[in-house]
Structures are given as structure tokens and as C-alpha cells.
Write a protein that binds this ligand. Structure first.
Ligand code: STL
Length: 398
């Protein structure tokens, strides 16, 4: 496996990517140093991972196949630093949940997980060396640069917290502390990647290469995956009926192949997984179409499927049937892994506790007594939340 030819390895490593920064760093390792490329992918354990996670997983499969040493960073402190998307009480369980989910996805697509290293961020990010490096980084990087670097990743709110400036500095340092040659992520990470390239050398560390996946549209209109619209994302443990329901409510207009989250899912998830399983160029997409609309049909290439939809020879309801069935095939082994693992179930129960109706009922609304009364700081959260809501509408208008 490690004897793979350098050119072949490079093309597998960069396959289906949107952008590569500093490719010469990668080529040097493969062609001159002739050793396995060390690479990491980071994710912050915030909300439950959804079907979009299949996309980076196919890349991890390529990296492993190309003989790379791959690390997955479960960045628990980053989940905390990003506007407390995860509190310190739940974050360790979410980290476990993410690790088990990522392993289940990889196993479901036949990727050997024994060669994959998992690291939890807080296992090294509170060490004195790392902490000193955050301070050193804070002395070479301007507030403006740190703020801009996080603009596409850190949740943008009305009254931004200092944590949002620390977040990108730490992500840059992770490259050094994980001892890698390359960081991989979505193209939304680009500004942080550039920050790392511009600043690590100032601390006496080496500059890394960066690999970026395209952003894959969700199922909502405009192809957005939105946290506020549960129908725009499909949970990896979703029940088959629920998958059908969400897919049926997806935006999909006849003949429109440009704004079509369903076709994107086939292109970026179904097709690469089939290639991994059956070899390059393999594609088979079956739709159990009712007889009165032409009967069952199998497409042998993605372009053929796309063209049929564009020419309106394939209708939105039939495409939806095909995609629901394909998703349910992909999710079955992940649901099974969950059902067979008490550890996985515990991670979900403790990482994503469900508020009982009784608890929600008890949460009294604070009286708005203004801000000038004893104990007024208790009101700050309510005020901030209100401002944040106002501001969120502004951001969506952008
Ligand atoms: C998210 C969503 C996502 C990626 C990330 C976070 C990445 C986080 C991260 C943190 C530290 C690192 C690298 C990556 O060193 O798609 O909420």
C-alpha cells in the first residue's frame, strides 16, 4: 500500500478537491523524502453529524488508500470556543459520539479504521507549551487577521466574544502539535488555513500544505444546510421513514439541475462511494419508478442521470425515490452500529440530552425590568439573545 507510485498517490490525495495550497510541500514528501504523507482533518463536536459527513469521509478513504498517515482531530475545545456550541458538561460525550459516528461511517464504506488515529483536542491543548504558543501567536497576529480568519467558521453574533479570536490561532497551532505536513478541510476553512500559512513560520514552525473540499449544498432552497431548518439536513441515525419525508420536502424543481441538493448528493456522496467500492468510473443509480411513469430505471453515469432530469425525462418525485432509497442503504449500517453499542447510545444520551416537557415548562421567562436594578446582569443573556436574533436576520440578508 505504501509502495504506491508518488504520482498516483498525489492524484488520489487531490481527487475531487476544490483547491490545493502549497502542492510542492506534498510532492516533496512523496517524491523526494519518499515517506508517508502526514495529514489531519479536524471537526468540532457541536450538533449531531448529518449526511454531509459522508463527503469528507470519502476523502479520508482516498488518503488512507494513498498510504497517508491520517489523524482525525475531534476539536472539543473548539466546539466550546465557538459561542459555546457545546458546553464543557456535554462536550466529552459529543466528542465520543463524533468518534463513534466517524468510525461507523468509514466502516460502512469499507475503509479500514485501524490505521486512523483519533485525537481529542483537549488532550494536548491545555498543556503549558501549547498555552504559551497561543500567547506567542497572539503577539504576531493582529486582532483583525484573527477576526477575518474566523469569519466563515465561527458563528457570527452581535456581540462577538474573545473566544472567536482564539479559535483560529489554536487551529493554526494544531498543525504543529499534531506533527502533520497537511491539513484538510472544507473550503469554508480557507481563511484559517491562510492564517496558519502566514503565521506558523513567525513562531519558528514550518508552513503546511492545505487541501480543500468543495462545499456540498444541502436540501433546502438555494442548497443551504441550515441549523434552523431540520428538513435541510438528514441525521446519520435518521429512521428510513423520516429520510423519505425529508427528501420529499427537499427543494427540487423540474428540469433544474443547478439548484438541486438531491443531484449534488448523488454527485458528491453516492458516486465517490461507489467508485471506492467498485473501482474508478463505476456508477449505477437505480430508481424504483412506478410502471405508469416508465417503470424501474438504472442510470449508468451521473451525467446520464443529470441529463435525464434536465430534459424532464426524470421527474422530481422519481429522483426523490432514488435518493431516499440510496440514503437508506448508506445509513442502515450506521444505525446498526448504534443499536449494537451501549457506548454509542450513552454518548448520544449524555451528549445530546433531550429536555423533558416538564423541564421546559419550568424555565420561566425573565421579566424585563430593564438593566438598571440590583442583579441586572442576570438580564444580560436575555438582552444578548434578543440582539443576536435581530442580528441573525441581518446576516441572512447578506
Ligand atoms: C465545525 C464544522 C466543520 C469543521 C470544523 C468545525 C473544524 C474545526 C477544527 C478545529 C480545530 C482544528 C481543525 C478544525 O485544528 O465542518 O464546527
Amino acid at each position: 500500500m505504501t509502495n504506491i507510485d508518488p504520482q498516483e498517490a498525489y492524484s488520489l490525495i487531490t481527487k475531487n478537491l476544490q483547491e490545493v495550497l502549497n502542492p510542492q510541500i506534498i510532492k516533496n514528501v512523496l517524491e523526494v523524502e519518499k515517506r508517508p504523507l502526514k495529514l489531519y482533518w479536524g471537526t468540532a463536536p457541536t450538533g449531531k453529524p448529518h449526511c454531509g459527513y459522508f463527503v469528507p469521509m470519502t476523502k479520508l478513504a482516498h488518503f488512507l488508500k494513498a498510504g497517508c498517515e491520517v489523524t482525525v482531530l475531534v476539536a472539543d475545545l473548539h466546539a466550546f470556543l465557538d459561542n459555546m456550541k457545546a458546553s464543557l458538561d456535554v462536550v466529552q460525550y459529543r466528542a465520543k459520539y463524533y468518534e463513534l459516528t466517524i468510525k461507523a461511517i468509514l466502516k460502512s464504506i469499507n475503509v479500514p479504521v485501524d490505521k486512523l488515529k483519533f485525537v481529542v483536542g483537549s488532550s494536548y491543548q491545555t498543556s503549558s507549551n501549547y498555552t504559551m504558543d497561543i500567547f506567542r501567536m497572539a503577539n504576531v497576529c493582529s486582532q483583525n487577521d484573527a477576526k477575518r480568519a474566523g469569519a466563515d467558521v465561527v458563528k457570527q453574533v452581535a456581540n462577538p466574544l474573545l473566544s472567536g479570536l482564539i479559535y483560529p490561532l489554536m487551529q493554526a497551532l494544531d498543525e504543529e502539535y499534531l506533527g502533520v505536513d497537511v491539513q484538510f478541510g472544507g473550503v469554508d476553512q480557507r481563511k484559517i488555513f491562510v492564517l496558519a500559512e502566514e503565521n506558523l513560520e513567525k513562531l519558528g514552525y514550518k508552513k503546511r500544505a492545505h487541501l480543500m473540499n468543495p462545499m456540498v449544498p444541502g436540501l433546502g432552497q438555494g442548497g443551504k444546510m441550515s441549523a434552523s431548518d431540520p428538513n435541510s439536513k438528514i441525521d446519520l441515525l435518521e429512521e428510513p421513514k423520516q429520510v423519505k419525508k425529508k427528501i420529499n420536502s427537499a427543494f427540487c424543481s423540474p428540469g433544474n439541475v443547478e439548484e438541486n441538493g438531491l443531484l449534488s448528493f448523488v454527485e458528491y456522496v453516492v458516486a465517490p462511494i461507489q467508485e471506492l467500492k467498485h473501482g474508478n468510473g463505476f456508477f449505477e443509480f437505480h430508481i424504483d419508478r412506478p410502471e405508469k411513469f416508465g417503470g424501474p430505471i438504472t442510470f449508468k453515469s451521473f451525467d446520464e442521470l443529470k441529463q435525464a432530469f434536465k430534459d424532464e425525462k426524470l421527474s422530481p418525485p422519481d429522483l426523490k425515490t432514488g435518493v431516499s432509497d440510496a440514503i437508506n442503504v448508506l445509513l442502515a449500517p450506521i444505525r446498526e452500529a448504534f443499536q449494537n453499542s451501549p457506548e454509542y447510545q450513552e454518548a448520544q444520551a449524555k451528549g445530546y440530552p433531550v429536555l423533558t416537557p416538564e423541564k421546559t415548562k419550568k424555565a420561566k421567562k425573565p421579566k424585563n425590568k430593564g438593566t438598571r436594578y440590583p442583579g441586572a446582569q442576570n438580564n444580560d443573556k436575555a438582552v444578548n439573545d434578543a440582539v443576536e436574533k435581530l442580528d441573525a436576520t441581518k446576516i441572512e440578508d447578506k
